[in-house]
Every structure is written in C-alpha cells, then in structure tokens.
Design a protein around this ligand. Structure first.
Ligand code: GDP
Ligand code: IMO
Ligand code: MG
Length: 427
C-alpha cells in the first residue's frame, strides 16, 4: 500500500482539491503538510461544492482519517467555520485530527500581513491577507504559539504575555497601529482551545502507525512549486514550501517512505497576486481563458492572471518534486482554441533559458519562446478514456509530457469527479 503525494506544479490553483478528493476514496489517511487558509481547494461531489482552506480534501471519504499536519498554520476562526460548514452538509468530522505542533495564526499576524503589504506599495506581493507570512515568520523566529499551547491555560497565559508584548511594540512603534488587548486575545484563544481540544493529536504518530500497517497515505500539498520560498519567484512567493519534500517536515513522513509523487498542472498557466509570470497574456486570449475557465480565486475571489502553459517552470518543478506522474486538469477549458501555444524556453538579453533564472529582474525580462500546436475545437468534457479525446487533444497531452519530462497519469476534463480520464493505473 503506497504513500502518494499530490502537489501543485505551477503557481497554485491547479485543481489539487479535485484530484485529492478523487484519490481519497481509497486512502486510509489524508494529510495536509503546508500552507494555511491561503489555500482554497475546490471539491465538487455528492455532498455539494466546497472551497476547503484547511481541512484535507479527503474529508468526504468515509474511510479516510484526515490530518492537519504540524507544517500547517491554523487560524482557529477559519477552521471552526470550515468545520461548521462541513457538518451542516452532513460530513463526518470524527475523522479529523489537528497536530498539537501546528502553529496558530493570531490576530496580530493578520494585522501585520495587511500592514506589511501596504508598506510595500507598488511592490506588494498580493498576499491573501490571511496572516500566513507573519505566522511562519514567528515560527522560525521562535515567537510562535502552537495548537497544543492552548490546552494548558496557565502556560498559554505566560507565553501570550511575552509574545503579545513584543508584537504590540511592533504594531505601535513600527506601524503606528493600535495595540491588541491581552485579555480579549487570551480569552478568545482559550475558548478556541476548549472547542478544538478533541481534535488535537500527535498527528505524526497517526502517520507512523499507518506506515507500520502499510496503509494508503495521501499527502495533500497546498499552493504550487513556483510559490516556493527557495525555488519560486522570490520574493513573490508564499511562506512555506509547497514542494513534496515539505511533507517530510510538515507531516512527519520519512523521505524514504514516499512512493509516488503526482504533480497537478493546469493545461495552461494561472497566477494570483504579484510577481513575474512569463507566459501571462494581457490580451483577448488571456481574457478568453479567464472567462472560459471562470478563473477567479477560491479564497479571495481575485481574477487570476492567465496565459499559455509554461513548460520552463513546469519542467523545473517536475524535477524539484521528483514527479512520477502528472495530473493534467482543465483540458476542457482549451476546447475552443484554434491554436494553442506551449512555452518551451525563455529569452532575455539575447540568451535562451531552459530553467527559470533566480534573478527576479532577469525573470521579469524573460519572453516566452513558443511551440504552436493545433487546437481540437471539440468538447472534451465527456471523454472518459484517452482514446475518446480528439487526436489534437491527445497530441497536446503528448507535447506536455515531452516538455515537462514526465508521463501524464490522470487527465481532468471537468470539475466533477466523473470528468476524469485515468491514463495509467495508480497503485
Ligand atoms: P486547488 O487550489 O489546486 O485545489 O485548485 P482550485 O480549487 O483553487 O482551482 C481549481 C478550479 O478548477 C476549481 O474551480 C475546480 O472546481 C476546477 N477544476 C478542477 N479540475 C477541473 C477540470 O478539469 N475542468 C474544469 N473546467 N474545472 C476544473
Ligand atoms: P492553493 O492551495 C494560488 C499566493 C498569493 C500571493 C502569494 C503569497 O489554493 O493552490 P500568502 O497569503 O501565501 O502570503 O500569499 O501566494 N497564494 C496562492 N495562489 N493558490 C494558492 O493556494 C495560494 N496561496 C497563496 O496569491 O501571490
Ligand atoms: Mg486554490
């Protein structure tokens, strides 16, 4: 029984939620290991339509134990809202567990996220404003407060006194903002602790036991590889690693235990927020992709920037994640195009690049080099087998495999579970 990772191969919103929901039918454990409620994973199934932010997309599977791992930062308000929404739709929450080591997003993190963004002016990152960056900063600065801390009221009081005093100095002296009142934050978070106590576990041990018993473990990534703080378009990135390696640190999965890594890619490229995106189309083609695909964020509702498939970024992320296969989503959104372009290299200053350069200034100057392929101009939404796809769509998939350097295992031709083609047998 395998351990399978599902990660975003581009700039996020590739359709990880749909793929995890689909695979979770057979999983015993599904774990999130990074990010926070900056993620918005859309799932459409018999329970309804959901945008999950913190709870793993495997929560609809009656057999899967779902874990929010230590590598996730948790805003308890957002989590309780999500639990209430799912319960209201009849979803069983008895299989959800939260790591006692997961760091919390505190009210000052949300304030600081917005104040820091405002201070960046035209260089704003375009964060989701959920306090993600400041929460991960405090984790490494050793100023964090963890889920388990809420369960010991006295120890939490001491910890919060020290940390809030420090944060209030930053809020008032650096940003000229109002300080946060200790009593209010303390009592609110003690209450969160009481409400959530039954969910809190050593989630790494739940995974360890599952591995000992050779159970099926699914690891659900958040964001996408190009938002990685090391390998992405720094500083226009998120604050925890969306790469497969992060599952080892953010859920406690030993590196030697991951059997398969599925990279989710859209059949084109989108990005939300600031930062370079070499294949962005600020013309009617980009608008057409956005409108065909309803490309508006699941978390913030912002219009997504759209463009052709960026094979340079995609092959780079495939290597970094050690992909064993691709889940290609939203092929149906390209159904109307006469001709489709795939970026196979970048050019800047007379030089050609086959990997994204690390220099932001250079990346911002990169122009895509395109390979043109014919479109199919037929609906693909009803295809359930690779052979059902129009020849030109089959060719397009083969082109992407060549460009990314990895076989396509799954093709998604619609948001619903059944709109899926299994090209090769998954374990
Ligand atoms: P995630 O963050 O990677 O889980 O992706 P999002 O949920 O933010 O965005 C993906 C969007 O595409 C959602 O609205 C999904 O319902 C939708 N979706 C997923 N796969 C497909 C597909 O193959 N075709 C179409 N048309 N929509 C899809
Ligand atoms: P899922 O899991 C797309 C982007 C934000 C911003 C940058 C930093 O749904 O694919 P942050 O709030 O993390 O500090 O913002 O990262 N971003 C995402 N873009 N999908 C996501 O998640 C994202 N999570 C963060 O738009 O550019
Ligand atoms: Mg999303």
């Amino acid at each position: 029984m395998p351990v399978v990772g599902v990660i975003g191969g581009q700039w996020g919103d590739e359709g990880k939620g749909k793929i995890v929901d689909l695979l979770a039918e057979r999983a015993d454990v599904v774990a999130r290991f990074s990010g926070g409620n900056n993620a918005g994973h859309t799932v459409i199934n018999q329970f309804g339509k959901f945008a999950l932010h913190l709870i793993p997309s495997g929560i609809f599977s009656p057999r899967a134990v779902c874990l929010i791992g230590n590598g996730v930062v948790i805003d308890p308000t957002a989590l309780l809202q999500e639990i209430a929404d799912l319960k209201a739709h009849g979803v069983d929450m008895g299989r959800l567990f939260i790591s006692n080591r997961a760091h919390l997003i505190m009210p000052y993190h949300i304030l600081l996220d917005r104040l820091e963004e405002a201070s960046r002016g035209s260089g704003a990152i375009g964060t989701t404003g959920r306090g993600i960056g400041p929460a991960f900063t405090d984790k490494t600065a050793r100023l964090g407060i963890r889920m388990g801390d809420l369960l010991d009221k006295e120890a939490f009081r001491e910890r919060l006194r020290f940390v809030l005093d420090h944060k209030n100095k930053v809020l008032t002296r650096v940003f000229g903002a109002e300080p946060l009142p200790f009593d209010q934050v303390y009592s609110q978070f003690v209450e969160y602790g009481q409400t959530l106590a039954g969910f809190v576990r050593e989630t790494e041990m739940v995974i360890a036991e599952a591995l000992d018993k050779k159970r099926w473990v699914l690891l659900e990534g958040a964001q996408g590889a190009m938002l990685d703080p090391d390998f992405g378009t720094y500083p226009y990135v998120t604050s925890s690693s969306p790469l497969m390696g992060q599952a080892c640190l953010g859920a406690g999965v030993p590196p030697t235990k991951i059997d398969r890594v599925l990279g989710v890619y859209k059949a084109y490229t989108t990005r939300v927020g600031g930062g370079p995106m070499p294949t962005e189309l600020t013309n009617e083609i980009g608008d057409c992709i956005r409108e065909n695909g309803h490309e508006y964020g699941a978390t913030t509702g912002r219009p997504r920037r759209c463009g052709w498939f960026d094979g340079v970024a995609a092959s780079y992320s495939a290597r970094l994640n050690g992909l064993t296969g691709i889940a290609l989503t939203r092929l149906d959104i390209l159904d109307t195009f006469e001709s489709i372009s795939v970026c196979i290299a970048y050019r800047a200053n007379g030089a050609t690049y086959h990997r994204p350069p690390s220099s932001l200034a250079l990346l911002a100057r990169c122009e895509p080099v395109y390979e043109e392929v014919p479109g199919w101009r037929q609906p693909t939404g009803q295809a359930r087998d690779f052979k059902d796809l129009p020849k030109a769509a089959q060719e397009y998939v083969r082109t992407l495999e060549r460009v990314v350097g990895c076989p396509v295992d799954i093709i998604s031709v619609g948001a619903e579970r059944e709109r899926t083609i299994f090209v090769s047998e998954l374990p």
